[in-house]
Design a protein around this ligand. Structure first.
Ligand code: XMP
Length: 319
């Protein structure tokens, strides 16, 4: 008679057995998989766990605060908030090529994670939220070792380089089971049901050059859009929804004057695994109301479009 409660107890016992009295590092992104991993580890070994949350300055509105509040204040975990936004945004200055952006972010992420992790005394283990589908995927795609670092943590090859052993307590689970386990561990529904968020963050929702100005506008517009989706109770029907700020300004009218501000695109898709996706068929009322709210509430945007591209041929993200 198998229940998630029993799975949890078993997983905790296994972690204790594997780790003993050693220290464990966990990269926390605030996504479902890493959050459940962290909370499970914390329940198993308490203060032997230190989480590293790398803040690359490409997070959504209030996101860093929410993660820090949840894990440090609510769960009382040892959590390092690595605020490296100046470093990341500095390196990204003038970079507009999508691949270069990703590589820049990925490389810095590894450097930063390694720097903070190496300051944790006596760490012998690295915990990560590898799921069963990740294990399968890494085998069938690369034919190589079945242990790979989840791409969104962007820390490929790091455990070996740092001489760390892996702890992967979610390796036997599918996504819906991870959610059930998170629920069992008392993670709030708002965390468990979150849409996926890519490792490079807002960088790939800001096509072309990234500037602090654009990021600030994008954060505000995205917050209004997600608020609209929640108010209309559509959040759980959608796989992923976000705003992209476009690298173009257009002319508008407001009151007696003309404006010359950024255009943005709303994106929302349904999907099972992110490999294919359909655009979400919002009502025209919803779209109109959302456009009006964004233009009224977000200085810097005067035009809103809706992206009706499915995947393929489009990708979910804009870069
Ligand atoms: P695309 O845009 O390729 O995205 O259709 C499919 C899914 O993957 C996410 N995504 C990423 N996740 N690092 C990640 O962790 C990345 O570099 C990355 N690129 C895309 C995307 O948000 C969607 O869920």
């Amino acid at each position: 008679d198998w229940t998630m409660g029993a799975y949890k107890d078993e997983a905790i016992a296994k972690i204790r057995e594997q780790v003993g009295d050693k220290q464990v590092i966990c990269g926390l992104s605030g996504g479902v998989d890493s959050s459940v991993t962290a909370v499970l580890l914390h329940e198993a070994i308490g203060d032997q766990l230190t989480c590293v949350f790398v803040d690359h300055g490409l997070l959504r509105l209030n996101e860093a605060d929410e993660v820090v509040t949840m894990f440090r204040d609510h769960y009382n975990m040892k959590l390092i908030h690595a605020d490296e936004s100046d470093l990341f945004l500095g390196e990204l200055e003038g970079v507009s090529d999508p691949e270069t952006k990703r590589k820049t972010i990925g490389k810095l992420f590894i450097d930063v994670f390694q720097k903070y992790a190496s300051e944790i005394d006596g760490a012998e283990f690295l915990a990560q939220g590898t799921l069963y589908p990740d294990v399968i995927e890494s085998v069938s795609f690369s034919g190589g070792p079945s242990v790979t670092i989840k791409s969104h943590h962007n820390v490929g090859g790091l455990p070996e380089k740092m001489g760390l052993k892996l702890v992967e307590p979610l390796r036997e689970l599918f996504k819906d089971e991870v959610r059930a386990l998170g629920h069992e561990l008392g993670l709030p529904a708002s965390f468990i049901g979150r849409h996926p968020f890519p490792g490079p963050g807002l960088a790939i929702r800001c096509p072309g050059e990234i500037t602090r100005d654009k990021l600030e506008i994008l954060r505000k517009a995205d917050a209004v859009y997600i608020d609209q989706i929640r108010r209309h109770e559509l959040y759980d029907e959608i796989w992923q929804a976000f705003v992209a700020i476009l690298p173009v300004r257009t002319v508008g009218v407001m009151g007696d004057g003309r404006t010359y501000d950024y255009a943005c695109a709303l994106r929302a898709v349904t999907s099972v695994d992110g490999m294919t996706a359909d655009y979400y068929p919002f009502s025209h009322e919803f779209l109109g109301e959302t456009a009006t709210r964004i233009i009224n509430e977000v200085p810097g945007i005067n035009r809103v479009t809706y992206d009706i591209t499915s995947k393929p041929p489009g990708t979910i993200e804009w870069e």
